[in-house]
Structure formats: C-alpha cells, structure tokens
Ligand binder design. Structure first.
Ligand SMILES: CC(C)(COP(=O)(O)OP(=O)(O)OC[C@H]1O[C@@H](n2cnc3c(N)ncnc32)[C@H](O)[C@@H]1OP(=O)(O)O)[C@@H](O)C(=O)NCCC(=O)NCCS
Length: 179
C-alpha cells in the first residue's frame, strides 16, 4: 500500500471489478479518459477481470482509494523502457464526485514518487487531449510539462482534437515534491 496525503494506492482486487465495470460503461468518464465513448465501452466484467487482474507483462495497474479506503479510481503505467528508464502513465478517477478535489493529483504524486525512487525511473510520459483542461492542470501541478501536440490526432464526438503530449523528469519531480 502506498500512502499519499489524500489517497492510498494498492493492487487491484477481484472485488473491484463490479465498480470498474460501472466506470467503464459511464459515458462521461470515458469521454474524458479516452475521448472515445462509445467505442471502448462494450466491456464485460469478464474482459475487465482479464485486463485488470491477469494484466499484461508490460502494464501495471493499481487501485486509488480515498481516506476511508473507498475505491475511487485506477492508475498505472505501461511501455516500460528499461535502457531509457521511462514509462507511460495513465489515471482515471472513476467516481465523478471526486473530480476537481485534488485526489487525482495526490494519487499521481504518490505513484510517481514510488516510480522515481523505487523503480529508478528517469522519465514519465503521458498524454491527454486539448479539451481535458482538468487533466492538464492536474498534470502540471505534479510537474509535467507540455512537450508537444499531435494535431487532430483524436476524434471526439464528431470533431478532431489535438493530443497533448506531456513529460516529467525525475529531478524536476524531486525538486518540487521531495522524496
Ligand atoms: C484528470 C483527473 C485524474 C484529475 O484529477 P483531479 O483530482 O480531478 O484533479 P485535481 O483536483 O487535483 O486538479 C484539477 C485542476 O483542474 C481544475 N479544474 C477542475 N475542473 C475543471 C474544469 N471543468 N475546467 C477547468 N479546470 C478545472 C481544478 O480547479 C484543479 O486546479 P487547481 O488545483 O489549480 O484549482 C480526474 O479529474 C479524472 O480522472 N478525470 C476523468 C478521467 C480523465 O480525464 N483522465 C485523464 C485522461 S488523460
């Protein structure tokens, strides 16, 4: 269990799948997380169990809990590059009541501190899309910098949007948030 100021992070358990299923079939959650609803929402509980519990060798997924140990979201990393000591991060606060209250930022800081100090990563990447200002702001509070944009790379509800590419280096993070 990793402990932040407002959140805790633990492995995903079998009992979490029912809640994940609700989130994965929620239009608004999917709109912001992937900009792709309804393309990726026909996910049965069995598929989610395979995705989250069996995992893949290169994807690490964790549960985010609030101060009372309520499951409020998931986050994780993939595309681990061993020589470059880097990975790509994702986060979804699935419980919408928790948006905009600092939980996502706290969970990111908590996991990223672990990745830089325990996994010895040098760099973390992530991406979002141009209208997801809440995500961009949260990532900037963690220390991520915008490194580029892919023009009209996302198609959301009938319109093309730019993908926003962001990155964070270990030294930048540690000077902002400490070990
Ligand atoms: C993106 C996400 C992880 C951010 O976590 P969070 O706990 O909501 O973020 P925080 O509250 O720490 O920070 C959000 C910031 O955006 C601001 N904000 C919130 N809602 C906003 C809105 N609708 N428009 C603009 N800014 C907004 C907040 O004020 C806050 O900034 P501040 O601390 O300077 O006031 C979370 O909202 C989430 O999971 N959203 C749905 C899925 C998603 O978008 N995932 C990311 C895909 S790339």
């Amino acid at each position: 269990m990793l402990k932040g100021q407002k959140t805790r992070i633990r492995p995903i358990e079998e009992d979490d799948i029912d809640t994940l299923y609700l989130w994965y079939n929620d239009q608004e959650v999917n709109l912001w997380s992937s900009g792709a609803w309804p393309l990726n929402t026909l996910q049965s509980k069995d598929q989610l169990a395979v995705k989250f519990l069996d995992g893949s060798p290169d994807t690490y997924r964790y549960a985010i809990l609030d101060e009372n140990d309520l499951l409020i979201g998931t986050l994780g990393f993939k595309e681990v590059n061993i020589p470059g000591r880097s990975a790509t991060l994702y986060i979804v606060i699935g419980n919408k009541e928790y948006w905009g209250k600092g939980y996502g930022t706290d969970a990111l800081i908590t996991l990223i501190r672990f990745l830089f100090t325990q996994w010895n990563f040098h760099r973390i990447s992530l991406d979002t899309w141009d209208e997801n200002i809440r995500a961009t702001k949260a990532y900037e509070k963690v220390g991520f910098k915008i490194e580029g944009r892919q023009r009209e790379a996302r198609f959301v509800l009938g319109n093309y949007h730019d993908a926003i590419l962001m990155g964070l280096l270990r030294d930048e993070f540690l000077s902002l948030h400490g070990k």
